[in-house]
Design a protein around this ligand. Structure first.
Ligand SMILES: Nc1nc2c(ncn2[C@@H]2O[C@H](COP(=O)(O)OP(=O)(O)OP(=O)(O)O)[C@@H](O)[C@H]2O)c(=O)[nH]1
Length: 439
C-alpha cells in the first residue's frame, strides 16, 4: 500500500508534560520519602504564594496548618506505604499568612521512591461550608444557652473553631448611649472596664485584634472584640467570614437579651429588685432537694415589718415604698451570697439560709438582722424607726417539706410579733401611768 502523505509525528501527553503541568489549575508536587519537596509546578504561586524555587528543598509539612499536621503526617505515611488516595483535605498557610484549603490526590511512584501529589484549591467551597456550619452552630447556641453570658461563651467557642479566637469581649450598648462588657475572656486590652466609648474600630485595639459592630433588628446592639490566636491580623477571607457571621450574632444577642429581661421581670419584684414569690419557691425547692441529698441543715426566716400600714397612712405610699426598698437592701446586705432573700408580697420577706452549721445559727442571723433593722431611716430629713418581726424554721428539725417550714416560720414570726406588741403596749401604758401619777 502507498503512503498518502508525509507521516505526522503526533506528540504524546508525556512529551508535553512540563507544558501541561504549568497550565493546570491544580498544582503538582513531587515529594521524597523524607517529606521534602523535590519539584513543584508553577501553579504553587497561585496556591501558596511561593515561587517553585522557594518550595524546593523544604519540608512540605512546615506549610501545613498547625491543627492539621498530625493527620497530614498519618495520611502521608499511608501514601508512602503504597495506598493511593483521592480526596484528602487539609489546610496550608500561604506566604501572606492566610489559610488555603486543599484537596489532594496522591500516590507513590515506586521506581523513583517519590510521592506525587496533585493539589486543588477548594477554599471557596470550604468557606461556603464553614459559613453554613457557623450559622447553624450559632443558632444552636442561641437555642440552648440559658442566658446572655453563656451564649457569648458558646459563640466564642464557635468562632475559635472557625478562625482561631484567643480572647474575646462582647460589649452591649444600653438605651442611654453607654456600653458595658457582658463577656470577657482573655480580653486584656480589648475593652477597658467601665469604658463608655462606643467606636467599633480596629484602630483602637492592639495589633492582631479586630472589632466588629453587631446589629440587631432595632439597630446597633454592641460590638464584638476579638484577639487572633496567631497574633497577626485576620486574613481577608477570615475577616469576611467574621463580618458575615456578625449579623447573626447580633440578632441572637438581641433576642437573648430580650428573653433575659422578660425572665428577670417575671422572677423579680419590681419595687425592690429581689426575687419574687415565684422565684422564691423555685429556689427553696432546689435548696431543699440539695439539703435532703447532702443532709445539710437549712434555715428559713420569715420577716414582716411591724405596723407598716401606719407608715403608709402617716407618710404616704411613696414613703412606704422607700421603707420596703430599705428593708430589702438591709436584708440583702446581711445575707451571704449563697442565701436567697425574696419578697413574698406587701411587707413580707423571706430568707433561705443554706448549709447552716448549728441550729443556733438561724437565731444568731435573726439577731443580726434585727440589729440592722433597728438603725433609723432618714425620711424627709426626719428619723423614722422601723421594727420588724422575724420567725425561723429549720430543716429538718421543724419540717422536711416547704409548706411545713413556711408555716412554722410564719407562726414563729406571728408569736414574736404578738409578744413584742403586747410588751410595747404594756410599756406605753406604764409610761402613761407614771406620767399621770407624777401629774
Ligand atoms: N407602700 C407600699 N405599701 C404596700 C405595698 N404592698 C402592700 N402594702 C401595704 O402594706 C400594708 C401591710 O400591712 P399589714 O401587714 O396588713 O399590717 P401591718 O400594718 O404591717 O401590721 P402588722 O403586720 O400586724 O404589724 C398594707 O397597708 C398594704 O396596703 C407596696 O408595694 N408599697
Amino acid at each position: 500500500m502507498k503512503s498518502v502523505g508525509p507521516t505526522i509525528m503526533h506528540p504524546t501527553i508525556a512529551s508535553l508534560s512540563s507544558n501541561i503541568a504549568d497550565l493546570l489549575l491544580d498544582v503538582i508536587f513531587l515529594i521524597n520519602a523524607a517529606g521534602i519537596v523535590v519539584d513543584v509546578s508553577t501553579g504553587c504561586r497561585q496556591l501558596l504564594g511561593y515561587e517553585p524555587e522557594q518550595l524546593k528543598g523544604r519540608y512540605l509539612f512546615d506549610f501545613v496548618a498547625e491543627e492539621d499536621r498530625t493527620r497530614t503526617r498519618e495520611e502521608a505515611a499511608r501514601v508512602q506505604a503504597g495506598i493511593e488516595r483521592i480526596g484528602f483535605e487539609n489546610r496550608y498557610r500561604r506566604q501572606d499568612g492566610s489559610l488555603v484549603d486543599i484537596m489532594w490526590s496522591a500516590r507513590r511512584i515506586d521506581a523513583l521512591d517519590l510521592r506525587i501529589g496533585v493539589a486543588r484549591d477548594i477554599t471557596t467551597r470550604k468557606q461556603a461550608e464553614r459559613r453554613q456550619a457557623t450559622l447553624y452552630a450559632i443558632s444552636e447556641a442561641a437555642h440552648q444557652a440559658p442566658d446572655l453570658p453563656s451564649l457569648c461563651g458558646r459563640i466564642h467557642a464557635v468562632l475559635d473553631e472557625l478562625v482561631g479566637v484567643a480572647g474575646m469581649a462582647v460589649v452591649i450598648e444600653d438605651a442611654l448611649g453607654g456600653s458595658h462588657a457582658i463577656y470577657r475572656s482573655a480580653a486584656e486590652g480589648l475593652w477597658p472596664t467601665g469604658s463608655r466609648a462606643v467606636r467599633w474600630a480596629d484602630t483602637l485595639l492592639p495589633d492582631g485584634c479586630m472589632a466588629i459592630e453587631l446589629r440587631g433588628q432595632a439597630g446597633i446592639v454592641g460590638g464584638l472584640l476579638l484577639r487572633t490566636r496567631s497574633g497577626r491580623p485576620y486574613p481577608t477571607l477570615d475577616r469576611e467570614l467574621l463580618q458575615f457571621t456578625a449579623g447573626q450574632i447580633g440578632m441572637a444577642l438581641e433576642r437573648k437579651r430580650l428573653q433575659d429581661e422578660l425572665l428577670r421581670h417575671a422572677c423579680h419584684d419590681e419595687l425592690t429588685g429581689l426575687p419574687n414569690r415565684y422565684l422564691f419557691f423555685d429556689r427553696i425547692n432546689t435548696a431543699l432537694s440539695r439539703a435532703q441529698r447532702s443532709g445539710a441543715r437549712m434555715g428559713l426566716l420569715y420577716v414582716d415589718v411591724d405596723d407598716f400600714k401606719q407608715v403608709n397612712d402617716r407618710h404616704g405610699h411613696a414613703a412606704g415604698d422607700l421603707v420596703l426598698r430599705e428593708v430589702a437592701a438591709r436584708l440583702a446586705r446581711c445575707a451571704r451570697r449563697t442565701d436567697t432573700v425574696a419578697r413574698l408580697g406587701g411587707d413580707e420577706f423571706v430568707l433561705i439560709l443554706e448549709d447552716l452549721g448549728t441550729p443556733h445559727d438561724a437565731e444568731r442571723i435573726t439577731h443580726q438582722l434585727l440589729a440592722e433593722m433597728a438603725a433609723p431611716l432618714l425620711l424627709d430629713g426626719a428619723e423614722l424607726h422601723i421594727r420588724t418581726s422575724i420567725g425561723s424554721a429549720l430543716f429538718p428539725e421543724h419540717g422536711t417539706q416547704i409548706e411545713a417550714l413556711l408555716k412554722h416560720a410564719d407562726m414563729n414570726m406571728y408569736h414574736r410579733k404578738r409578744e413584742r406588741k403586747s410588751a410595747h403596749a404594756e410599756e406605753t401604758a406604764e409610761r402613761a401611768n407614771t406620767v399621770a401619777a407624777a401629774g
